[in-house]
Design a protein around this ligand. Structure first.
Ligand SMILES: [Mg+2]
Length: 378
């Protein structure tokens, strides 16, 4: 019963195609980059194009997966609302219409009557995605959709998506910046326990095919449910000298504390989802983030994959508190079903205490021991 997994993977592939399209098609790309040039004449509309791409992808996933699993329909969420205001001050509810022409007409209203971009996007929205992945036939886990909910991050790492280059060279396998860090993240969690159950990371910009300069995507998935762990990835081997990946604007005290232990095995990369992917791929052994700058939609999918590989993702501030109280195992993992009390807007769903992503508990323990030993490290 891999129906839910297949449906979500197909949706992630369609999402990846829309993300690629916005970078590849001049009519769309010009809208994306003009936003950052600060052209004031049309500023509001142009700033909103990235949001439109996000909203559209979110609605496509909701539509395609909700059609197959109606019991999930009202439990598929992301950062963006689908109520959209165009440059003319009209409010338009962005959704997938029954026909491609209908969707194109709706998008034209959001895009201030621009026909070509609306038609390009509508064609991608209504294109059928056929997955040919024989390995999915062996997946026999039954996940009851009526107990599940879904977090979506349509395109994680916005800055790199808009401005990132496609030809950045990796350092030790890790791309420090560029298009490779822009990812589609989908996470399924248990509505009752809040535990991540199924995760998908789709890399829309995995490989550029010449001479046409068309991007090829690549997806990864993991399931951790009812005692069964399955993944498209294999558990990477345990490294004797771990590498830790950080954001380049991570707090200096934390950087210094970790550098004292890990030395040059500290590495830096853009994108929260991408750093989590680096851990899942074994390119880094842990990702440490001291700030509450990620959200449930960023971490849910990668977290499920890490769990499927025997790892996880802890809430850093809670884990530190537990560690300092003498707890060494089963440190508090992030959960996905409860909003932060007293917060409003997107902040309600922030991972406020920071996080540590890992595969081997040994690495988590090493990081915790290092951070707990320094009072103001976090
Ligand atoms: Mg994000």
């Amino acid at each position: 019963m891999a129906a839910l997994l297949k449906s979500l993977l197909a949706a992630s592939e369609k999402a990846a195609r829309i993300a690629q399209l916005c970078r590849q098609e001049e009519a769309l790309f010009s809208l994306l980059i003009e936003e950052k040039r600060g052209v004031d004449k049309n500023k509001k509309f142009l700033q909103d194009f990235k949001t439109l791409a996000d909203v559209l992808i979110q609605e496509v996933i909701k539509h395609d997966v909700g059609k197959e699993f109606p019991e999930l329909q009202d439990h598929i969420r992301g950062e963006e609302s689908n109520k959209f205001e165009n440059g003319l001050g009209e409010t338009v509810v962005v959704q997938v219409c029954p026909t491609q022409e209908g969707t194109a007409a709706l998008l034209q209203r959001v895009l201030d009557r621009k026909q070509t971009p609306a038609e390009l996007l509508a064609a991608a929205v209504h294109q059928e995605v056929v997955l040919s992945d024989p390995s999915l036939e062996d997946v026999a886990v039954v996940i009851p959709p009526e107990n599940m909910a879904v977090w979506i991050d349509p395109i994680d790492s916005t800055n790199q998506y808009i401005r990132g280059r496609g030809n950045i060279q990796p350092v030790g396998g890790i791309y420090p910046s560029g298009l490779r860090s822009a990812l589609v993240l989908i996470g399924v969690y248990d509505r009752r326990s809040g535990e991540p159950v199924l995760g998908i990371i789709n890399e829309p910009f995995f490989q550029e095919e010449l001479p046409m300069h068309r991007w090829q995507s690549k997806y990864h998935w993991g399931i951790s449910y009812g005692g069964t762990n399955l993944s498209s990835l294999s558990r990477p081997p345990l490294q004797p000298s771990p590498r830790v990946v950080l954001s380049s604007n991570e707090k200096e005290t934390l950087q210094k504390t970790l550098a004292a232990v890990y030395g040059e095995r500290l590495c830096f990369a853009s994108g929260a989802g991408y750093k989590m992917l680096c851990v899942a791929l074994g390119l880094a052994d842990a990702y440490v983030l001291s700030e509450g700058s990620t959200f449930k939609w960023d971490s849910c999918g990668p977290h499920a994959i890490l769990r499927a590989l025997g790892g996880g993702m802890v809430d850093l501030s809670e884990a530190l508190r537990a560690w300092r109280a003498g707890q060494r195992q089963q440190l508090p993992e992030l959960t996905y079903h409860q909003a932060v009390e007293g917060s409003v807007g997107a902040e309600r769903w922030a991972n406020q205490g920071g996080l540590v992503a890992y595969i081997y508990p040994e690495h988590l323990e090493a990081v915790m021991a290092t951070l707990a030993a320094v009072d103001d490290a976090v």
